[in-house]
Design a protein around this ligand. Structure first.
Ligand SMILES: [Zn+2]
Length: 64
């Protein structure tokens, strides 16, 4: 499942970070907040894009 390329709120590009975020925070065992800090996703609106997307995947995944 793909994430929108840009943050809906500020237009910052977040899609390029999604693969690494997913690998480290979702499939790995790292703290999502720490991964976002290291990726340079510092605005709350952009972080919300990544974190809420993760939650959505968890909700949808059992039905795929
Ligand atoms: Zn943003």
């Amino acid at each position: 499942m793909m994430i929108p390329v840009r943050c809906f709120t500020c237009g910052n590009v977040v899609g390029e970070h999604w693969d690494e975020f997913k690998a480290r925070a979702r499939e790995g065992d790292e703290n999502p907040a720490k991964v976002l800090d290291e990726l340079g996703v510092e605005r709350h609106c952009c972080r919300r894009m990544m974190v809420s997307h993760k939650d959505l995947v968890d909700v949808v995944a059992p039905y795929q």
